[in-house]
Write a protein that binds this ligand. Sequence first.
Ligand code: NAD
Length: 298
Amino acid sequence: MAKKIGFIGLGIMGKPMVRNLLKAGHGLTVYNRSRPAMEEMKRAGAALGSSPKDVAAASQVIITMLPNSPDVEAVVLGPNGILEGATSGTILIDMSTISPLVSQKIYQEAKKKGVKALDAPVSGGEKGAIEGILSIMVGGDQEVFEAVRPVLQAMGKTITYMGSAGAGGFTKLANQVIVAINLTAIGEALTLAAKAGLDPERLIQALGGGMAGSRCLEMKGPQIIKGNFQPGFKIDLHYKDLGLIMEAARALQVPLPTTAIVQELFAALRSKGRGGLDHSAVITLIEDLAGVQARLSK
Ligand code: NAD
């Protein structure tokens, strides 16, 4: 059944997710900190809200897709925020990647107002968002998840209920460990192969058909060898996720030695002014170290 949905955070991911919700027949009221994205969504058929509070007052379901924990806390709990405008029974779905501990706090604060919160971060990148095939990992109350499953189906294909509040967030952190290490491994492998004089296109083809094949190699390999590092998923955001991962690992007393090294590589990329590039640009750092370029062109 079509719902009145509020959507806050119209960036690389938020905009295509809004388009898919509109396509599924839902009514959308949207808000973003900067204006051009709002105008773009208005042209796509969404109504504009003047604040998170205003969006919440107009909606049965509110979705947030914001950069990090402080942004979600401000938009949900802050002045003129969602909880000021939402009525009892409203469902809040935070699809950003944030600290699972903050998701648990938001769940409790929302509950005090009768608002039911889910943490539902996603994987699949901008392409997955555009095609409506994201993997969505959900934490919170199961009956609330079941009530919004059709809304999630407009944006994703693999939709998994993971457990109580925060479980979606912890799943996403596990996802980001694999992606960060995988992209770094691809960067090292392509740089090694370049120094050995191998053809990068044929290399990707050969690797993709064997045990080294992965979604990362399939989705990012062809872009890497063209030197196309337009984001996608920015190094700055993946560095943020690596911080969330190490924070969770410390709290749970789990050593993550390889992730810790990759976190430092991402820190170096940011120091070099590359934080705005796609996370697959981790290869540029390995190339710098090796004094070789694995790509076909700059
Ligand atoms: P983005 O930076 O492109 O978009 C974030 C949007 O939020 C921007 O439009 C910004 O103006 C808006 N915003 C920030 N603070 C705000 C506030 N206080 N009020 C209203 N609007 C505000 O980021 P993105 O790539 O779309 O990522 C969003 C979230 O999704 C992040 O948590 C990221 O880690 C996660 N994610 C991204 C990808 C990806 O491939 N880009 C994939 C999976 C998950």
